[in-house]
Write a protein that binds this ligand. Structure first.
Ligand code: NAP
Ligand code: 8YV
Length: 314
């Protein structure tokens, strides 16, 4: 039987591309100068899409592929995939949960420590020769500080497990209380922010979470407070964040994600109370390999007529 045809929307890591090449006829959308022409020529044969959390899969792309059966996402966040459209057309969607919890949690805590202890500022201090003129200002530890988790899901729980060794008080906000969790639940995010020293955002990007970290939440966090965002840029009202940081109403921010990636607002680039990362929370070779393995596994299971390992439902 002919190999299934799979549309690769964006380039994935080499080892994943090689694994896909072994089992499928691949059509590389990201390489095509004329993407519409590629789709016209190949559309009817394509049964699967391999994509990531940035490129996703729009309703228009799915509509262009009349025999599409599955969209396999290299990433856990599926906000760039039109899940309702996929469900309405019986197109399966898969993602890569759990395998990235460890590293995303590590980066979240790394950012929290880096911003509290001034690690990036300290590096600049040495490089710019300012140490020669005297010691850097004291920073802050995180022991005894209250850390609010916005989105106590798979990654949020991993963050709390790791944070517990740092002696932080942990609280959380989500749509519902999780009675099995030992942490204090806040049904209202602004109230939680008012009781927190640090807020870590790790919820999905949805219509409900758009700008959920707004001016009121940032003001409640306050001039000594820190925001760490490893969720999605859309979760934070970016202009309100910039205003709060520049007016001293918020202490600091450490951001892995932005509203219009890879474009980062110029105002943030000049702020010394901000650490910026290029959306890399899961970006270790090991974790990206595990994510890629899951993409390959989901496609293989589907084309073998088996249930996929990690389906996503709207
Ligand atoms: P998950 O297991 O589904 O957890 C999501 C959590 O968010 C749940 O606890 C959920 O709790 C909460 N949540 C959902 N809607 C909410 C709302 N309207 N208000 C408040 N809380 C809400 O997902 P995960 O695997 O931990 O991943 C979470 C997100 O992290 C992903 O969707 C992705 O966007 C982001 N992420 C980013 C990176 C990166 O590279 N920076 C890497 C991986 C993941 P309730 O159901 O109780 O509300
Ligand atoms: C990836 C992510 O950077 O899993 C997610 O939701 O944001 C990251 O792991 C993204 O999916 C692109 O591969």
């Amino acid at each position: 039987m002919a190999e299934p045809e799979v549309l690769v929307v964006t380039r994935l890591m080499d080892s994943v591309m090689q694994a896909l090449e072994k089992s499928y006829t691949l059509h590389h959308l990201y390489k095509a100068d004329d993407k519409e022409a590629l789709l016209r020529e190949t559309a009817s044969g394509i049964r699967g899409i391999a994509t990531d959390g940035h490129a996703g899969a729009s309703a228009a792309l799915m509509d262009a592929l009349p025999n599409l059966e599955i969209v396999a996402c290299y990433g856990v966040g599926v906000d760039s995939i039109d899940l309702h459209h996929a469900a309405a057309h019986d197109i399966l969607v898969t993602n890569t949960p759990d395998v990235l919890n460890d590293e995303v949690a590590n980066l979240a805590i790394g950012l929290l420590l880096a911003i509290s202890r001034g690690i990036v500022a300290g590096d600049r201090y040495v490089r710019e020769g300012r140490w020669l003129d005297g010691n850097m200002a004291l920073t802050h530890g995180i022991r005894g500080k209250t850390v609010g988790i916005l989105g106590l899901g798979r990654i949020g729980k991993e963050i709390t497990r790791k944070l517990s060794v740092f002696g932080c008080e942990i609280v959380y906000h989500g749509r519902r209380e999780q009675s099995a969790q030992p942490y204090r639940y806040y049904p209202d995010l602004r109230t939680m922010a008012g009781d927190c020293d640090h807020l870590i955002a790790i919820c999905p990007a949805t219509d409900e979470t758009r700008n959920i970290v707004n001016r009121e939440v940032l003001d409640a966090l306050g001039p000594a407070g820190t925001l760490v965002n490893v969720a999605r840029g859309s979760v934070v009202d970016e202009p309100a964040l910039i205003a709060a940081l520049s007016e001293g109403r918020l202490g600091a921010a450490a951001l892995d994600v932005f509203a219009n990636e890879p474009h980062v607002p110029a105002a943030l680039l000049d702020m010394h109370n901000v650490i910026l990362q290029p959306h890399v929370a899961s970006a270790t070779t090991e974790t990206r390999q595990a994510m890629g393995d899951l993409v390959v596994e989901n496609l293989a299971l589907h084309f073998a007529g088996e249930p996929v390992a990690t389906p996503v439902t709207p």
